[in-house]
Each structure stands twice: as structure tokens, then as C-alpha cells.
Design a protein around this ligand. Sequence first.
Ligand code: ATP
Length: 314
Amino acid sequence: EFGLMDDPAEVEVATACARSGSRKPQGLPSVRDFAFTATLGEGSYSEVKRATYLRTGQEFAVKVLDKAFLKRKGKMSTALDEKNALVRLSSGHPGIVRLHHAFHDQYQLYFVIDLVPNGEMQTLLSRIGSLSVTCARYYSAQIVDALAFMHAKNVVHRDLKPENLLLDENFRIKICDFGTAKILEPGAESDQTFVGTAQYVSPEMIQKNETSFSVDFWALGCIIYQMIAGRFAFQGLSAYITMEKIKKVEYAFPEGFDEEAKDLVQKLLVREPTVRLGAGAPGTPYGMHTLRSHPFFSVIEWETLWNGSVPRLQ
Ligand code: ATP
């Protein structure tokens, strides 16, 4: 029997929720406390369902993972990594989905997370093609702010892409899917598993299976490019060709691409991970501070990023 929930994590989540002011549940919840209403999405190893928590009437997204399937695919530890990353982040950031409860029964694991009602950034991009520079700037700033929090908790996401950027009730971003996330403690050995999605994967991940916080900044560069250009920065006829282009950092900007955005993307899509903007140690020329103060973000008010007005989508 896989004792996923026999560790102290549930206690940690409850404590984190209590700290941030939300109500502490009376006793641990179980699947009987939820009424499942719709399917929100399906992943390779999970199904995400909309559900009402019967004790409070509050709505959540519940990620359901099948134990036997995970075992067969050798993915139990991945599920545990996902939960551990979510627990790490459960003190809460407006740009990251929060885990409220994690429990299991004989057959399944359940992660109860914030319901994010307005779908994926990818769907929005497919619908409207590309975003205005104002919108792209706003969403990029939200990703940067969420990454700063995530990385400060030593969590690297490793699969940032528009499918994993959900839009909340006000059309602000919430990063989801920590299924490939990793906790990178300082001084610990680098993880050597290849993960990610072809178009957003970094050269060092392709060449050396090397993970660091910097892989999220590479993906950020790809996402900013895509939001403005309306197409992938790197795309070949196959995943192999796409990755060959990535290894050579072979991409081109379309005519008229905003100059400041271009400068930022060029400073993110850098082969050497340590000199990617945002990835350097605090206070260094490549630190988070330099990323936040890049000219592309000069009009961004970081203090009101999560409660100020949201630019009209266009
Ligand atoms: P993949 O195999 O694609 O990586 P996954 O198994 O890791 O997927 P998620 O990406 O976490 O699963 O979720 C699958 C989909 O379910 C998401 O892309 C999204 O459309 C939907 N979804 C996930 N979390 C939420 C949420 N909190 N609120 C609303 N919808 C969600």
C-alpha cells in the first residue's frame, strides 16, 4: 500500500490554511464530502473535476489520480512530488493554484485545489491569435511575480506553457499542473529526469537533462514570444526538429515585434542557464530584481498587480 497521505503533509496544508486565515476543516475530508459536477480537464495521469465541498458549499477543482494506473506506469513518486510541491506553495500566492486538501481512498488520490474558472491561456491564444503588447506585458509580469514566489520556496515548475496558465474569475493568471515540478534544495544534486513540452524545453534540458530554476525563465521567454507573435518561438515538423532548433537557439522575430519585448525575450532565450535574466542570484546582473526592472515592465505597478485593474483582452 502506498502511504501517500501517511506523511505529515496534510497537517502542513491545514496549518498553512489556518495561517492564511481560511477555515480549518473539522476532521480530514474524504471523497464523500464532495459532490462532483463536471470534468474540467484530463491529463496523462489524472482527471480534473469540478466539485462542491459539501461541508461549506465552496467549489473546488479536484485532481483525481488512479493509484493502480500510477503504479503500473511507475509514476507514484511523480504524484508525490506534485503534492509536495503544492504543499510547499500552500501558504498561497494569487498567481499559483493552492492545495486545500489532499487525501486518498483505496483506489485514488485526490488533490483539492482552487477552482480557476476561465480556462487556459492556450485556449485564449487559439481563439484570438495573439495578445496586445499591453496584455502580454501584464500576463508576463504576473508569471514573473508567481515565479519569484515559487522559486523562493525552492520549487521549479519545469513545464510552464500556456496550457498550464489558467485564468481566474478576473482573468488574472494562476499557474497550475505541478506534475513535473521539483523541489530543488540549495546544495542538493541536480535532478536528471527529462521533462517538459518540446516547444518550451530549454537547451540544457535537451542536452544534459539538467534542471535548475533557469528552465522556467527559458519557458517564460518562449511564452512572451508566443503571446505577442501568435506562434511558437521554436517549431519544427517534429519534436526532434523543434529541439534541434532549440539547441541552436534558432528563432526569428516577426516584423513589428515590440522592441522592449524583443530585448527581454533575447535576454531570456539564452543558451547558458546562469546568464538568463531572472535566473541569477539576488543582487547579480541576472537576478530577479533585474528581470522586474527590465524596460518592458517599466509601466507595471508590481504592488497592485493582483488587485488593480485588468487590461481589456485584445
Ligand atoms: P498533463 O498530462 O497535460 O500535464 P495533468 O495530468 O498534469 O495534465 P493538469 O494540467 O493539472 O493535469 O490538469 C489538466 C487540465 O485540467 C488543465 O489543463 C486545465 O484545463 C484543467 N484544470 C487543472 N486544474 C484546474 C483548476 N484548478 N481549475 C480549473 N481547471 C483546471
